[in-house]
Design a protein around this ligand. Structure first.
Ligand code: DX5
Ligand code: ZN
Length: 221
């Protein structure tokens, strides 16, 4: 499985999102990372449900990689128009009935992923390996772009990769948070498949987005 990029739209030029989406789509990027926050599970609000829904009318190749940092995430699925081909990550720490949520996501033709924050042990994931298509490992504390990577994140990524391989399940491993130029290759070596590219890489000031995407794609392939 080759490494794939998921640029984080909340780190792009928020005054020109349609253009940002079109550029990425034309570059053949695999995913677009759409962060949704409820200001309760995390103390921040970023992209809202209307904008997440509107992205469907702009992108044609990329898959929506929707990262829901919110309690009771199902209440937002209709407003986001969750559907065929979407990846939807919900947080272990924020949800009561994960099995019901995963079944709801699947019933809409989308792929359920389970996200864990830095303080959550990787072992909790294995109970849900039969119900999901991937896991999202947060290597920063969720809620804001530009945060430093949490100590021990490389080891945690490798541990999750081991758990997936031992299970024999074909699950994707997504890494989200401070996926920087310096760290992305090591994250790949630890077993990550999907890389959320944000303010510590392709959206750094002054970079040409096409060159940055090409460079990072090469680094994680
Ligand atoms: C933070 C979000 C991330 C964020 C990554 O809670 O989940 O997707 O955009 O941004 P950087 O790369 O700056 O950590
Ligand atoms: Zn995210």
């Amino acid at each position: 499985m080759r490494g794939m990029l998921s640029p984080s739209l909340m780190c792009a030029d928020v005054l020109n999102l349609e253009k940002e989406l079109t550029v990425l789509d034309n570059l053949g990027v695999d995913y677009i990372h759409l962060d949704f926050m409820d200001n309760k599970f995390v103390p921040n609000i970023t992209l809202d449900t209307g904008l997440i829904k509107a992205t469907k009318s702009v992108i044609s190749h990329m898959k929506r990689d929707i990262h829901i940092m919110a309690f009771e995430p199902q209440q937002y699925f209709d407003r986001m128009e969750i559907g065929e081909g979407d990846v939807v990550s919900v947080h272990y720490e924020a949800c009561d009935d994960l099995s019901e949520i995963f079944a709801d996501i699947r019933s809409r033709g989308a792929s359920p992923f389970l996200a864990i924050s830095p303080d959550t042990k990787p072992e909790v994931l294995t109970d849900f390996f039969d119900e999901i298509d991937g896991v999202l490992v947060m290597t920063v504390y969720p809620g804001f772009a530009g945060r430093p990577m949490v100590e021990g994140s490389f080891e945690k990524l490798a541990a999750v990769r081991r758990l997936i391989d031992e299970s024999g399940k074909k699950l994707l491993l997504e890494v989200d948070g401070h996926v920087s130029w310096d760290y992305c290759k090591k994250m790949r070596d630890c077993g990550a498949d999907i890389f959320v590219a944000g303010s510590s890489s392709i959206y750094q000031k002054g970079l040409d987005i096409s060159e940055a995407v090409e460079r990072m794609t090469e680094m994680v392939k």
